[in-house]
Design a protein. Structure first.
Length: 115
């Protein structure tokens, strides 16, 4: 089981910004790519952003140009900066390794985009 401590999120108006953080152990951080996943009500969980140990990133098309994933190796923390948020970004967001550690899903962070 991977230790993951997620923080951030909340309620924001359309067009607003939020930043999510996820801290893990150094041993995990140095070995695995990290990702942010999200699950909207009634939908399957999807991987929205990934960052490799080398810093390469990739995004699902729906968030490209709006979301930025980054990692701070000194703090063993991965971030998701979310800009120009849309109502369809409303979901519970999770961080996990990529591929995901199935036993390590936390409660996630609720992000609600609404006016």
């Amino acid at each position: 089981q991977v230790p993951l401590v997620e923080s951030g999120g909340g309620l924001v108006q359309p067009g607003g910004s939020l930043r999510l953080s996820c801290a893990t152990s150094g041993s995990i951080f140095s070995i695995f790519a990290m990702g942010w996943y999200r699950q909207a009500a009634g939908k399957q969980r999807e991987l929205v952003a990934i960052i490799t140990t080398g810093g390469s990133t990739n995004y699902v098309d729906s968030v490209k140009g709006r979301f930025t994933i980054s990692r701070d190796n000194a703090k063993n923390t991965v971030y998701l900066q979310m800009n120009s948020l849309k109502p369809e970004d409303t979901a519970v967001y999770y961080c996990n390794t990529v591929p995901a550690s199935t036993g390590s899903w936390g409660q996630g962070i609720q992000v609600t985009v609404s006016s």
